[in-house]
Write a protein of this length. Sequence first.
Length: 698
Amino acid sequence: MVQWSRIMPYALMSLGVALVVLASQVIVPPGMQLYLAVLTMLCALVVDHRKGHAATLLLVSFSLFVSLRYMCWRILTTLHFDNWFQALLTMALIFAEVYSWIILFLGYVQLAWPLARKEQPLPHDRALWPTVDVYIPTYNEDLSVVRNTVLAAKAMDWAEGKVKVYILDDGRRPEFALFAQEADVGYITRPDNRHAKAGNLNHAMRYTDGEVIAVFDCDHIPVKSFLTRTVGWMVANPRIALVQTPQHFYSLNPFQRNLVTREGLPPEGNLFYGLIQPGNDFWNATLFCGSNAVLRREALDHIHGFAVETVTEDAHTSLKLQRKGWETAYLRETLAGGLATESLALHIGQRVRWARGMVQIFRVDNPLLHKGLRLGQRLCYLAAMLHFFFPLPRLVFLLAPLAFLFMGQSVINAAPLAVMMYAIPHLFHSSITQSRMHGRWRYSFWGDVYETSLAPFLMPVVLKAFFMPWRATFNVTAKGGMVEHDYLDARMIWPNVVVCALLTLGVLVGAFGMYRHAADVRLFQVYLMSVIWAIVNAVVVMGAIAVGYERRQIRRAHRLPAQLDVTVTVTDGETQTSYPGQTIDISKGGLSVRTAQPVTAPSTMIMVTYVNERDGIRVEVPACIMGQQNTVLRLEWRSRDLQDEAAIVGMVFGRSDTWLYWDDFRSDKPWRSLLLLLRSNLAFMVSVLVRGRGMQIR
């Protein structure tokens, strides 16, 4: 039977792309182009107010049509070379624009038809459930970080005797071996660290025999129902080799913590896990992300284990699985939470590894050149790999207006009005379309800030990995650290400080040029266009600089918002008094509770009871009153043994609804997002002016 739900998107997109390509190349007089630009923008505004997926696809068609017209116009009519230097600048800009258009097109392909996959129920007979090995690889992380993940993994609901948890310790630390023995979990180590994480996982496969392998980074804490909500797809479909879930970070990343914003800012990774992965899932191109996933051992054996050829063993492993004909699945449910990078330096270090690995795959196992993948899979992997080539185009876009402002070199051989008639509709349509598609997952302009903060550091890494892919090395991202004091990390922002200074100087030069050439309409317009371009770039660069102002963060146990019904019991001699209450927030270290009436306690020690019948969680652990204000108690846990600690972990991290708030953000509005960025920049500048010489700089 023909699967029309699968065929129709291919057919509609193919037809749409063909029509767009044909229509976009029609050359019309300038006046007609102006009418066409205004008409398409008005149509886009009308369509954007309509609900439904059909309206989104129509906006995509408008965007592709207008953007392809712009690219054809740029390539066919605006390239003019006066000298070798001007030719070099011109080609750099057109290269950046072609790259951006390719990324835009591939992004539309990925997001054209996101697959909203639901959970697949397991058989009622638990004897039919497969055996599961849970791998928790670690290298140099603190034991306090790993304990939570191990205790939560050990508490996961599964058939009796069919799940085993293993600590894979590449640091070969005695205290980890002792903890594994205390927690009654497996402990596997090896004499060397060959192939880093992938080698660690492959080594563990030799000593275990579970039919399914669940992998968690050592700071990613699973909910109790993780396995029962993911493995069902592998039981229902024996061809599914991977079920991936989102990687949610419950601590704030540097962009969220360092930028002063009144509204919540979606984490950088939300776009990928909230939208791109469901889009990949439609094309059977789900990427393995190294954690929060289950994999079929038979499939891994088929490809000789986890991929070791590159430093991104995760994405490369899923590529090899799909090339061998195995299917993959993505479940957009947050079933584990981990720690975000604590500083911009660590964040950049993590992205360096990702960029290095994806460029390696592009060179050594390019999805376009090898057999075994469908067209949709090839395009999804191509999008993932090409994304990390952004540093060079990003720097070109940032510095392009300075070519004219500083050196008088024209990089676009066209009248300013003609540029605006083609460029403004291109930018408008791509902005409004991406804003609609990205919704609550990524805000407008912030993708530019993310890329700008990373670009200077990723560019040499990308170039080296492209030309010398065999020389890449694996680096581990540290987690669980603290920021003792506010400070400005000069090491991570100095390239963008230089860029911002150049752009500011360029704006001043441009303003003087506008004044000097006010009588020359064409030259005045060129100066004006270059100044506006430089100002927009400066706003983005300032946002990237502001991220480098590290805010103090001294919590080892991050508090999570949660409204849980608890009972606080006070003991006075032989008398016990119970106070029903509700938590305000909770953490591994303590909790805040609002009781129905003020608690009267003869001592600071009390008992906290929490029962969750749905998840089978029961907590009865003593706590110490650290502060009290009317009916609000601030409590610190006083666990007596490992059983108490496991109960606390279950209450804080193991509930099925622990991470439901991960996508609780307002839908994007470009103007509101711009105001958010401007407010953040202003707050940073005020901080610099107020602190002055007293600001710590490292």
